[in-house]
Design a binder for this molecule. Structure first.
Ligand SMILES: Nc1ncnc2c1ncn2[C@@H]1O[C@H](COP(=O)(O)OP(=O)(O)OP(=O)(O)O)[C@@H](O)[C@H]1O
Ligand SMILES: [Mg+2]
Length: 175
């Protein structure tokens, strides 16, 4: 429902690491009961966006709202109390585990998606940043394509899966 307060609303967020901004005027909404995805090539600024939301880096412009309340520029400890925390992506995790042990196997990915769908069905807002674009878009009610730190495209996961640019650049065609 469009008049429902979004779980997370990011409006025109600009942030970086002191040099030129890495993300520029990014806008995004995540609703309860929906899987919202952020996809885009390596270096697009996906993790940087999350760091700016979680207060690890300070936005130079734009605003962040959680459940309708503004949290822009709040210190990390305040954000954590509001349930916003950042778990860093470190070298793509668990280098010592085999594929079987870590669940990077396709079967385990299926179980993870089942679990995410269960969580979504309890009216939680799920915002997901994932490398497997095709699978992510299959599950996402709404997805944002971030390129060079900016909003490039958005739409239902299904629509983006049928979008030529998305397919050519990020998904690949099934042969
Ligand atoms: N701590 C940092 N200091 C300076 N620049 C950084 C830092 N972390 C990331 N960057 C730069 O910000 C840009 C965006 O990186 P970011 O990690 O946000 O991309 P990403 O979309 O998450 O990529 P990936 O798909 O590889 O996870 C890159 O050019 C990267 O080099
Ligand atoms: Mg990243």
């Amino acid at each position: 429902m469009s008049n429902e307060v979004a779980a997370l609303s990011i409006q025109g967020l600009t942030a970086g690491y002191g040099g030129p901004p890495i993300i520029v005027q990014v806008t995004l909404t995540a609703r309860r009961g929906a899987i919202t995805a952020i996809v885009g090539p390596n270096g697009a600024g996906k993790s940087t966006l999350l760091k700016a939301v979680a207060g690890l880096i300070r936005p130079t412009a734009g605003r962040v709202f959680v459940e309708g309340k503004e949290v822009t520029n709040q210190p990390v400890e305040t954000l954590v109390r509001r349930g916003i925390a950042y778990v860093p992506q470190v070298e793509n995790i668990f280098p010592d585990l085999t594929i079987r042990d870590s669940g990077l196997s396709p079967r385990f990915q299926g179980l993870i998606w089942e679990r995410i769908e269960q969580i979504r069905s309890t009216n939680v807002a799920v915002l997901i940043v994932e490398q497997n674009t095709r699978e992510t878009l299959r599950h996402a009610q709404w997805a944002y394509v971030l390129v060079l730190g900016q909003n490039r495209l958005e739409g239902s996961g299904q629509d983006l899966l049928e979008n030529d640019e998305v397919v050519d650049l990020y998904v690949g065609r099934l042969s």
